[in-house]
Write a protein that binds this ligand. Structure first.
Ligand code: GLU
Length: 477
């Protein structure tokens, strides 16, 4: 097993991918440079009292593109945060939003801390202070820049951000739209927490339904029965696993986490494993016939035998040094930037199908868009039509009963005559978005002779959409 050492930085990888796609877009250099550049980088240092000490915290917010407003993207709490990383992530957000037709520019925030080393009260202090800094510089607001969760943050942090923003903006009726991924009972939306993982599942299911691509890989059409290995059981990895297993009939055969890795060719019940980890704090010691790899060997999971490998942790995992050992035929990038540009070349040369991050993990921002719309409309999705739809379906069933003289059972009636709840509509909107976006990028790959992979196609799609916006604004006549 080799270590994923990388020679190409995350930011350089993203720029290399852009340049590979640029010649296929038909756009001129000036416009391409405008699309590529990060529009605003805000670097912050602020002191926070932790116990008896003062700590100076390093933090960032990058707005990559203002072609659409507000800008949008998560806030990451991690020790690895640096300006280049946040710039790369903000850049990906612009392309991601364009691919799934979510009308935002891209942004990203980062706070350089290890959140697991801090107490809840301390994290609250850091989050509120960071938000205050954003407010001071006009880097947050429902029409300006709208953060969301990312690695190391979740609904709890979003609630603190919302509350802090609100304190500075008394009377702003749209204040709840200043951040997404909030708790459901605090102006959040049903289905946001699972959204990225659910989107990964829909995206992979579409990719596995493509007959030409599956034939090339020597795999059966359809996601059912395929084997999957997941690196990272955070929010994205765990929902990808449970939804793929429950709704897709996928067999999870391997899992990797910070503390080690597990493999079992007969399958690992992902629900049981998540429970074991919640109870013991580790995936190790799970038993159930799994082969265990300790912390020093945790990256072995990337090289396990499987049909689909899902890196769902951090960037730079499949690189020039370990890509040759990867056995998976399909790689689903649930994380942002898990494959470096030199690693990708090796994987593509040996015929792997890479379903790229800027499409595959766009489910999070898609449902964030629904949450933002809900906040601006001040009404839950489904509130107006649920009962009306239910009554219409019931009347239809009554009519069928009358005409046929047969009775529909209570269970069947309840199944058919159901108005949509918010979560049904969110899932349906997400499914439609992921299928539509996949079809768009796969069509570009099929139509353009020299676009041979889905990532290049996704970049072409994003760059053309952003270019068309800039042209319409008259910035580049
Ligand atoms: N952090 C997530 C991402 O990387 C979600 C962003 C959002 O919802 O704005 O896509």
């Amino acid at each position: 097993m080799s270590d994923p050492k990388f020679n190409v930085s995350f930011y350089d990888s993203v720029q290399n991918f852009f340049e590979r796609a640029a010649p296929h877009t038909g756009l001129h250099r000036g416009l391409l440079e405008q699309i590529k550049a990060c529009n605003a980088v805000y670097q912050i240092r602020f002191p926070v009292q932790i116990g008896n000490e003062y700590k100076v915290i390093e933090a960032y917010r990058v707005q990559h593109s203002h072609h659409r407003l507000p800008t949008k993207g998560g806030i990451r709490f991690s020790n690895h945060v640096n300006q280049e990383e946040v710039m790369a992530l903000a850049t990906l957000m612009s392309y991601k939003c364009a691919i799934v037709d979510v009308p935002f520019g891209g942004a990203k925030g980062g706070v350089k801390i290890n959140p697991w080393e801090y107490k809840e009260k301390e994290l609250e202090k850091i989050t509120r202070r960071y938000t205050t800094e954003l407010v001071r510089r006009n880097f947050i607001g429902p029409a300006i820049d709208v953060p969301a969760p990312d690695y190391g943050t979740g609904p709890r942090e979003m609630a603190w951000i919302y509350d802090t923003y609100r304190a500075f903006n008394e009377g702003d009726i749209d204040a709840a739209g200043c951040v997404t991924g909030k708790p459901v009972n605090l102006n959040g939306i049903q289905g946001r927490t699972e959204a990225t993982g659910r989107g990964v599942f829909y995206g992979l299911r579409e990719a596995c339904n493509n007959k030409t691509d599956m034939k090339k890989l020597g795999l059966a059409v359809g996601i059912g029965g395929k084997t999957m290995v997941i690196q990272g059981l955070g929010n994205v990895g765990s929902y990808t696993g449970t939804i793929s297993q429950d709704e897709g009939g996928v067999k999870i055969v391997g899992v990797g986490e910070a503390e080690g890795a597990l493999y079992n060719a007969n399958g690992i019940d992902i629900h049981k494993l998540l429970k074991h980890r919640a109870d013991t704090g580790s995936i190790l010691g799970f038993g159930e016939g799994c082969t265990e790899y300790d912390k020093s060997e945790r990256n072995a999971c990337l090289e396990f035998e499987c049909d689909i490998l899902v890196p769902a942790a951090l960037e730079n995992q499949l690189t020039g040094s370990n890509a040759k050992n990867i056995k998976a035929k399909i790689i689903g990038e649930a994380a942002n930037g898990p494959i470096t540009s030199d690693g990708e070349k090796i994987l593509l040369d040996r015929g792997a199908l890479i379903v790229p991050d800027l499409f595959l993990n766009a489910g999070g921002v898609t449902v964030s868009y629904f949450e933002w719309l809900k906040n601006l409309s001040h009404m839950r999705f489904g509130r107006m039509e649920k009962r009306f739809d239910q009554q219409t379906y019931n009347r239809l069933i009554d009519m069928v009963e009358e005409k046929t003289g047969k009775t529909v059972g209570d269970k069947e009636r309840m199944f058919v005559a159901r108005g949509a709840d918010e979560v049904d509509l969110v899932r349906s909107g997400l499914e439609e978005t992921m299928i539509g976006a996949y079809q768009q990028i796969r069509e570009i790959q099929g139509r353009k002779r020299n676009v041979k992979d889905l990532r290049t196609a996704a970049f072409v799609s994003a760059i053309q959409k952003m270019g068309s916006d800039y042209e319409k604004m008259g910035v580049f006549p």
